[in-house]
Design a protein around this ligand. Structure first.
Ligand SMILES: [Mg+2]
Length: 349
């Protein structure tokens, strides 16, 4: 079959500048991929490249022609395993670029079969956990306001970025503004192992649910130290990039946080979930700041997760794509009327 492919870079301003321990982001550069079959049916995917993992919109655009040529040569949008394997042969790195193509082909395959992707996988849409909403670093009063706004908007699970010299003040402010919210914190590698253990004590007192990536990924023994002594469960994000990381983190954390843009594809993400389960880990799926072109695909995995952190599109001022509604943080997969991932351009509505 003849498949046509194209890609397009989109620059999307954020609703608010987004700050974590490593820096501030004011807009998100994504690259949208489309794969169209002979009947004119189009699958869409998105790449949200992260400089932390060595990717930019430029590197995505540089490798997409080779990746899309591989898809055209295979020519069968239902050959998902063959396509994803070939993509990782053609380009060994660049997981966000590969992921955009994997998503677009999955979207097209499910559309051709007329079913939402989670139905193709046999998943129960009602099993999807609610997503958290992330509050980035800011002045303490601004963080307090943002937490109050998030609660007002209906979100019941907040994720607070930490990694400052006023971490306790920030958590206390959020707890005051959101006394009933489930609260998670993410240090993005900013702490030492001993600091993580110390902070876990008062974080537990403030009824925080778990701590994400307390120590640098380059310090696996520090992660183990924190995991063994922390008063709270530990989630690994920067320490959990690809499938082969799962055995290494199995005795160093409680929760594996995967992201599509780290895994390089939807099949690989499902393998990571299975591997994490086999190692007794709980599973979370996070995201970059992403358009619904890719977030809608991550939402399809939600029934397989214990924790969802899929607010990437919610942080954008304007997303060119609609996806799976997340009213009050509930990932409404059961209401998905569209076949595929559910991502669709807003202008066509
Ligand atoms: Mg994280």
């Amino acid at each position: 079959m003849t498949l046509e492919t194209e890609f397009e870079r989109v620059s999307m301003p954020l609703e608010n500048p987004f700050t974590i321990s490593r820096g501030t982001q004011t807009d998100a550069e994504n690259v949208i991929v489309r794969v169209t079959d002979e009947g004119g049916m189009t699958g869409v995917g998105g790449a949200a490249p992260s400089p932390h993992y060595g990717e930019t919109a430029e590197t995505v655009e540089a490798v997409l022609p080779d990746l899309l040529t591989a898809v055209e040569e295979i020519g069968d949008p239902h050959a998902l395993h063959a396509i994803e394997a070939e993509l990782s042969t053609v380009v060994t790195d660049n997981p966000a670029a590969r992921c955009a193509v994997s998503i677009a082909v999955h979207d097209l395959a499910a559309k051709r079969l007329g079913v939402p992707l989670h139905r193709l996988w046999g998943l129960d849409p009602s099993a999807a956990p609610a997503t958290s909403f992330t509050v980035g670093l800011d002045e303490t009063e601004r963080v307090r306001e943002k937490a109050a706004d998030a609660v007002e908007a209906g979100y019941s699970i907040l994720k607070l970025k930490l990694g400052t010299d006023r971490d306790r003040e920030l958590v206390e402010a959020v707890r005051e503004a959101a006394p009933d919210a489930r609260l998670r914190v993410d240090a993005n590698e900013a702490w030492t192992a001993r600091e993580a253990v110390r902070k876990s004590e008062w974080l537990a007192e403030l009824d925080v649910e778990f701590v994400e990536q307390p120590v640098p990924a380059e310090d696996p023994e520090g992660l183990r130290f924190a995991y063994e002594r922390s008063a709270l469960p530990i989630a690994a994000d920067e320490s959990c990039v690809t499938l082969s990381d799962i055995p290494a983190i199995a005795d160093r954390c409680d929760i594996a946080n995967l992201k599509l843009m780290k895994t390089g594809g939807l099949l690989e993400a499902r393998r990571m979930i299975a591997a994490a389960r086999a190692h007794g880990l709980e599973v979370m799926c996070g995201c970059m700041i992403e358009s619904n072109a890719s977030i809608a695909a991550a939402a399809q995995l939600a029934p397989l997760l214990d924790y969802a952190d899929l607010d990437g599109s919610l942080l954008l001022a304007d997303d060119p794509y609609d996806g799976i509604p997340m009213l009050d943080g509930e990932i409404q997969l059961g209401a998905q009327a569209q076949a595929g991932t559910g991502a669709r351009p807003k202008s066509v509505e």
